[in-house]
Write a protein that binds this ligand. Sequence first.
Ligand SMILES: Nc1ncnc2c1ncn2[C@@H]1O[C@H](COP(=O)(O)OP(=O)(O)OP(=O)(O)O)[C@@H](O)[C@H]1O
Ligand SMILES: [Mg+2]
Length: 510
Amino acid sequence: MLEKVYAAAFLGVDATVITIEVNIDQGVGYHLVGLPDNAVKESNFRIHAALKNNQFHFPGKKITINMAPADMRKEGTAYDVSLAVGVLAASKQVNANKLQDFIVMGELSLDGSLQPIKGVLPIAIEAKKQGFKGIVLPEENAKEAALIDGFEVYGLKNIVEVIDFLAGNREFQPLVFDTQKYLDEIDNQFSFDFTDVKGQESVKRALEIAASGGHNILLIGPPGSGKTMLAKRLPSILPSMTLNEAIETTKIHSVAGNTKNKEGLILERPFRAPHHTVSDVALVGGGQYPQPGEISLAHNGVLFLDELPEFKRSVLEVMRQPLEDREVTISRAKFTITYPSSFMLIASMNPSPSGDFINDENKIQSSSLEVKKYLNKISGPLLDRIDLHIEVTPVPFDKLSNEIPAESSKSIKKRVQKARDIQVKRFEKDTIHYNAQMDVKHIKLHCKLHQETKELLKKAMESLNLSARAYDRILKVARTIADLEQSKDVKSHHIAEAIQYRSLDREHWI
Ligand SMILES: Nc1ncnc2c1ncn2[C@@H]1O[C@H](COP(=O)(O)OP(=O)(O)OP(=O)(O)O)[C@@H](O)[C@H]1O
Ligand SMILES: [Mg+2]
């Protein structure tokens, strides 16, 4: 007899519904077709044991299973439950009435209990889109799927419960989750807050500007000056994620299997800090069974590259394209996957190989050749995409020991949000959303300068010997500074401040 069960497979971060046909006939043998990987093929051992241990039996007949569409890879252990249910229904051990209305997935333990699977959120999104009534999943995955409203989610413990549900032997309650209430509750709850950072007013100001305009930023300072501490707090002042952004980010983490122990939706903007020994694949994604890399896990959040010059040049090179396109494409012979990767880059470095500023007379100095070599490691394409460079000097002890709390992230974020709202409006009819994304055409249109402001910029460029590439960066950052002040025009003092954030373009560095 032939039975059909519905499940889902992945391409990138999106799921596609697949049909599993189970046919049982006279004869012997077990044939699983439709591009299953080894983990799927091995499922019959788990299913065998799980059924036996729960008073069912694995039919000693000819079992043929087809997973359609046949040209799509089916990977992992998530189809155990779908296959087991199909076998039970096709061998008439159970009457699974509801099978046609639900997606049924999960990994099976040998005792028949259900183990969590990856990618539940994209599966639920697709299942709802395809008109399924709901989804049957391991208990641990239910919260994530329940983020999708108007869709029944049943989180169950073991194969017996799954069968009881599908046959209608017992009543189960679907999990209901109030997504909006959750969004309201969690807003502004961040693990790190700027209130802990003493002093560093100018660095905090630069981070506020960076957050407002979505500008990439480089922190330059000696060890212990607080670079890591400051960078970790950047997500706390970024504008709140919209529900759409939260779902986009959660989908990526769901596919990477990072959401298992969390409360479903990811609402905090991600902060990813890969070590400088990270490989190309771990950074941008890929691998034999493609997985999103750090730049995609940082989607809608922050990617922190601590000790930037320590990263291999080749690793930094592979980031160029995604930084520009805000997505990364992985090509294989048979398919191409695109993962989104729109993140804010924050990088840190020491001012010289010895760790100290070169104009600090009290410290051992690196020779200018050593400094040149050190800076060369990061120069070029990546540096070209960083709008702000800021020097971080250690805070003196009396300020560090000051008990008065500094301004909170929540209060800084209010200003950031206001500046961002202006940009959203500015680019309403455009394809971009914030100032950092402006190209030459946008800059011409939105960063018009009065004659005297133009003169000031020209003079500053000459006297500070700023490079040509600094020019556009200064205009973009000045636009954001003007937005923070709710000023329609970019004025001289906005330009003057923006010029301060180009440390690496100044003569004394090279
Ligand atoms: N402004 C500050 N306010 C409060 N604590 C600070 C401040 N600056 C530094 N600290 C303390 O010093 C510690 C070291 O700072 P952090 O690790 O951020 O420095 P770093 O610049 O990243 O150093 P490295 O170059 O060695 O990585 C912090 O964990 C924090 O406890
Ligand atoms: Mg550090």
